[in-house]
Design a protein around this ligand. Sequence first.
Ligand code: DX5
Ligand code: ZN
Length: 220
Amino acid sequence: MATKLIAPSMLAADFGNLQRDTEMVNNSAADWFHIDVMDGHFVPNISYGMPVIKAIKQYATKPLDVHLMIEKPERYIEEFAKVGADIITVHYESTVHLHRTLRQIKDAGCEAGVVLNITTPVCVLEDILPECYMVLLMSINPGFGGQQFENVTYRRIKKLRKMIDAQQLDTRIEIDGGVTDKNIAQLVAAGADTFVAGSHVFKSNDPTATIQQLKNLANS
Ligand code: DX5
Ligand code: ZN
């Protein structure tokens, strides 16, 4: 299976000390920055947009994994690429012409991925999988950090892993929401390889050590 990756979610960072927290991630065992964009329509919360991503990009030495929780993301793909996104994921539920949107992301020079809400069956991706660098399975209802992980995620991972293997693809499976040191090993066992962690990292006493611990557990 693919190398296990850890992507701390900057939603849980201290925005008053964004440079400090960006450098903490740079100097840690983390692989990517996870960037949550919320528009107050697709999800009932508003986070941040291009100016903040640009500020993070200025200091980041690792790829930006931009998770768009916005309606009609196709309106802004080029702009997100321009401010520094390396990977862009869009919700299946947010865009009518998913195939076109994924092509648009690639044309903008980024890796393209699809996100599924908890109740969207993984089988809807069967035909589009070859176009996906990554599939992000939400393990909470999107919109807020710090929520409880939903156990239904394990069987969703297993189904998706089967689909990916059946097509002999190397599509990543990313899990987002409530990931901690208590569930990461079980998520790997189910077939996931990429992990977002927000509050578990940033609310810990030693975020650098917490990232290292997640990485070790994911690879054990
Ligand atoms: C929520 C976001 C997540 C969030 C995860 O909609 O997509 O990336 O930051 O936060 P934790 O790890 O605290 O559940
Ligand atoms: Zn996210």
